[in-house]
Design a protein around this ligand. Structure first.
Ligand code: AMP
Ligand code: ZN
Length: 117
């Protein structure tokens, strides 16, 4: 399959892994937007949040459990962090394999500004 994150799971594209379980993988983002920027993905190829079904409930729970554990390991759990899931074009999704960005290590800017229109 022509999916960059599936290739990272297979190992045919290298990555700096920070967490791996049977169902979830996490690695450092190659273009970090914060001092800590980790991409957390299910090993199952799910294109976007729109494609998540009730059958995926367990893996989604595991994704968030991984996020909690990684935040602790990275030493940012108490200071705080942000989890981001971009969906489709307006959401800014570039890689169509479901993923959550874990961002932290500094005080992040406000998410909402004066751009509601
Ligand atoms: P999104 O815009 O939510 O689809 O984000 C995709 C993210 O994947 C971006 O932050 C990219 O920097 C990151 N990314 C793309 N290719 C790689 C790669 N080979 N290794 C690590 N991160 C990647
Ligand atoms: Zn994929």
């Amino acid at each position: 399959m022509d999916c960059i994150f599936c290739k990272i799971i297979e190992g045919s594209i290298p990555s700096t892994k920070v967490y791996e379980s049977d169902t979830v993988l996490a690695f450092k983002d190659i273009q970090p937007a914060a001092p800590v920027h980790i991409v957390i993905i299910p090993k199952k190829h799910i294109p976007t949040m729109n494609d998540v079904t009730d059958e995926d409930a367990a893996v989604i729970a595991e994704l968030f459990a991984a996020a909690r554990q990684i935040a602790k390991e990275q030493g940012i759990a108490e200071a705080g962090y942000r989890l981001v899931n971009n969906v489709n074009s307006d959401g800014g999704q570039v890689v169509y394999h479901l993923h959550v960005h874990l961002l932290g290590g500094k005080k992040l800017g406000a998410l909402v500004g004066n751009n509601a229109s």
